[in-house]
Design a protein around this ligand. Sequence first.
Ligand SMILES: [Zn+2]
Length: 303
Amino acid sequence: MLSVGVDLGGHTISAALVERKGETARMLSRADRETPGSRGLDEVVQIIAGMVDEVSQGRQISFVGIGIPGFLDKTRRKITRLTNFSGLENVYFLEHLAPALNRRGLSPLIGMENDANCSAVGEAFCGAAKGCRDFIVLTLGTGIGSGIFVNGGLLTGAHGMAGESGHMTISGKSDMSCGCGSAGHLETIASADYIERGARQEGLPPNFRLLWNMRDDKRADALISNALDALAGGIASLVVVLDPEKIILSGGMSKAEGLAEEVRARTLRWLPLPLREQLRIEASALGTEAALYGAASISMLER
Ligand SMILES: [Zn+2]
């Protein structure tokens, strides 16, 4: 089966042609484009349709899945709110994409899913969560997303919006307004964007990976420590509620060497004793490819 996964990001749009044979999947081609500054509906739709056409290389594709960075309605037809991306809210996105694909002679089934959920699906089918029935993927980047599997199935909730761990309130840690329309949420303390904003104010390089490598500087260490403590508090709360087999860290921040070990050490402090020993936190080996594999595979989810 040939399908295309698309990851709509705030900075980059990626698309990949994925071939699945039984239990194995491989990426046959991939394209990346800068997200247009306008972030307007028509422009985004045309770019995605063009990229699907490009990576398909004239081959017959049966499914196109789109990873969306925000809240979707329960039916996965309407984008409800994009936290770090404006211009596509309250839009029945697939109803715009289908005719754009048709005009290029493409008529696959199409679907969409929250981007962090796509990463979790990718890890489940092709990555570190293969064989796991209960796990959490945290995407640490522009914002903080998460995808959660419980009893072997993707957790979506009563209204389709479960698993938005970046919008958990970490009491007393922040009162900053959040892209979701509320305030004081985990991603306003621990996402790369907010850490880098803090670095800019301190006259430090606004780049998480650089800051991570200069933790011998007290100011850099304080910024990172504050963020990781909040992240660890959020993870500890998720663990006591969900008791996962493992937590997989994905997204740009997760590439910092030793981050998973550092987050694990900080998380342990807040866990009840019976949950400490089996706490497993690891960095994704698939990286950004997880969201593409996952988006290409969402048609295989049991809903
Ligand atoms: Zn929020």
